[in-house]
Design a protein around this ligand. Sequence first.
Ligand SMILES: [Zn+2]
Length: 257
Amino acid sequence: MKSSNRFGCDLLVLSPHSDDAEIGLGGTLALFAHRGAKTWAVDLTQGELGTNATVPERWSEAESASAALGLTGRAQLELPDGFIDPADRLQVEVVVSVIRSLRPRWVVTAPEPYRHPDHVATPRLVAKACFMAQLLSLQPDPPVIGLWSGGASWPEPAEVWQVDTLLSVCPASEKPSLFFDISETWEIKKQALACYASQFDSGGDRRPTPINDPDFLLRIERRARNWGRRAGCDFAEAFQTESAPVLNGLPTGRWSE
Ligand SMILES: [Zn+2]
């Protein structure tokens, strides 16, 4: 997979909190990086409402996970944790500016829209921003951005940008549009998740949460194995999209059952 000159990056994942990208598509991000593709993760909030860990601690964990995955870059925005809102013009404009700066071919939202209000609101906010990023008359000011020190620098925004396709992480109960076989990067996904000790490890004086239950990482593994069974491989991640691919020949990949 080669990066096109026209595109600033091949895949941009936009998620509300800094562990969402790793949970939803850590294996796919590592796979793309191994193939030489440019991948960016942008966390919309600093996770300031999180039960455990301070904002700097969470960002430091995100930096370690970014290095483990081989991301091209990672940035953190300052949208309000818990109050992601697609009806908020300023929030839409922030995401428009991010899309125009990174010029992604694919945008993926993670994790699945489930339980947490930010997880429900993020796919709607991002879909709206992908549309608005094409409108020349909308020229918002660049947002405040925290940048991972191990990654690429932040590019100047293009005037407008059109994303090829928008995907979201597929919920367990729904029908995927496509799978990525992450068998070769499954261990890297686990390493990236292990960087988030404050979120997934209930040791010390941390308060219990739904994700630091010891079963949570096992559930992620079970999910990847289940999708893998459907896809005919050991481990897979699944995505949904409203788009259809445009082909001019038989695809080289195989089809799931
Ligand atoms: Zn989250």
